[in-house]
Ligand binder design. Structure first.
Ligand code: PMT
Length: 400
């Protein structure tokens, strides 16, 4: 199953290092070629010789090792790998790689590697829950790093909580599914909008909405993983800018419209996940509005409908809209699908206890001309992967 796949396994210093021996054995059993590198502290737990015996190759531990560099230098090792797997990944190593430090072999390889990276963290539950570790994981997510989440249970220190490294069988299975995941959107250009627009009222105030950008960013990650070249056009969000995609920051609906149309010519699939303001204040004065009058009236001008304009192009890409509704979800979604001449629409409830704006979870009812599918409530990353699969199926069905 992993025949001839080249896996560079980095073992860092924690008690779970012993599980990396079993992992090496399992990967080899599946036919993978495994090269092992270790941090200095990992060698305090397990002898490099054990990994050498199991992998059949010399184990590299030092960055500045003339002998090792002569055999296969660190840059060469990074280029050699199809996947770079850090298991176990300590809190210290996660922090280093998240911030681009390169003071040992493992962190240097991380910077040099251009292949997909997986991390299987292992640490005490308090360290795992610490905001510093959680922030580092968020940063790593923006690098496109795949997390093999730790499990809950009794820890080596005797305490109970989340932090045990995932079992070697599970990590091996992740590697198998990595190599069997088809690049369903390989070489396709995808433009995705995300987040809320801001429509200025005066130099200090604006009209906006509750969109956090989570849904659109999750779609950008999922499309990237599926092999697409992604352009993410985003309103202002609190999210970290994803790496490995073309990122365009905008504020207003008109700016989003311009940014989309600069990219649309070479676009195969357009996904409008942004919550674009339908109206903008007709006048945005250069001075702050003073609170003298008891009542004031704002006159609003309709914004261009980006989604409808994309779908109306002569050579329109496969166009996917979203519908955010507080009532009659299906009726309004189907109306938008037809009226805006979309290929597909993903409808979600908003203003409810779960799903929609801001929440980490969401559910979608997806409609196209002669079909529909419900994607149940789950976290937005998983939901985005499901939607990307559905979009690719419909894209190929309509483009053959
Ligand atoms: O960002 P999150 O907090 O994760 O929340 C996700 C979400 C709820 C914002 C997202 O799932 C979603 O529903 N996005 C669309 C929100 C919206 O504006 O829906 P709408 O029904 O008002 O618009 C319909 C479609 O037209 C959308 O694809 C929208 O991007 C597009 N549109 C709307 C107005 C406009 N002027 N131009 C547009 O392109």
């Amino acid at each position: 199953m992993l025949s001839q796949k080249k896996i560079l396994l980095a073992v860092t210093g924690g008690i779970a290092a012993y599980k990396a021996l079993e992992l090496t054995h399992l990967l080899k059993k599946q036919g993978a070629e495994v090269r092992v590198v270790m941090t200095k502290s990992a060698t305090a737990f397990i002898q490099p010789l054990s990994f050498q015996a199991l992998s059949g190759h010399a184990v590299h531990c030092e960055l500045l090792d003339v002998e090792a560099e002569n055999a296969m230098g660190h840059i060469e090792l990074a280029r050699w790998a199809d996947v770079f797997l850090i298991a176990p990944a300590t809190a210290n190593t996660l922090a280093k790689v998240a911030h681009g430090l390169a003071d040992d072999l493992v962190s240097t390889l991380y910077l040099a590697a251009t292949c997909p990276v997986y991390v299987a963290p292992a640490m005490n539950h308090a360290m795992w829950n610490h905001p510093a570790t959680q922030t580092n994981l968020k940063i790593l997510q923006t690098h496109g790093v795949n997390l093999i989440a730790p499990e809950a249970g009794e820890q080596a220190c005797g305490e109970v909580g989340i932090g045990r490294m995932s079992e070697p069988e599970k990590i091996c299975h992740k590697m198998i599914s990595h190599f069997s995941t088809p690049q369903i959107l390989k070489n396709l250009n995808i433009v995705i909008t995300a987040g809320a627009t801001r429509e200025p009222l005066d130099p200090v105030r604006y009209l906006t909405n509750r969109s956090s950008g989570k849904m659109g960013y999750a779609l950008a990650f999922a499309a990237q993983k599926a092999g697409a070249n992604v352009t993410l056009i985003s309103g202002v969000t609190q999210l970290l800018q994803p790496q490995n995609c073309h990122f365009v920051q905008i504020e207003t609906a008109e700016q989003m419209h311009t940014a989309v149309f600069e990219k649309i010519e070479s676009c195969d699939i357009f996904i409008g996940a942004a919550a674009v303001a339908d109206y903008r204040p007709i006048v945005c004065g250069g001075e702050k509005i003073k609170k003298n009058a008891e009542q004031i009236t704002l006159t609003l001008q309709k914004n261009p409908d980006i989604l409808a304009d994309v779908a109306a192009l002569e050579n329109a890409p496969f166009t996917v809209g979203f519908a955010a509704e507080t009532h009659e979800l299906e009726r309004y979604a189907r109306d938008k699908l037809t009226r805006k001449k979309l290929n597909m629409i993903a409808a979600n409830w908003v203003g409810r206890e779960k799903g929609g704006f801001e929440h980490d979870e969401n559910a979608l009812d997806v409609f196209w001309q002669d079909g529909q599918k419900t994607l149940e409530m789950t976290d937005k990353s998983k939901l985005a992967r499901q939607l990307i699969v559905l979009i690719s199926e419909r894209f190929y069905a309509e483009n053959i």
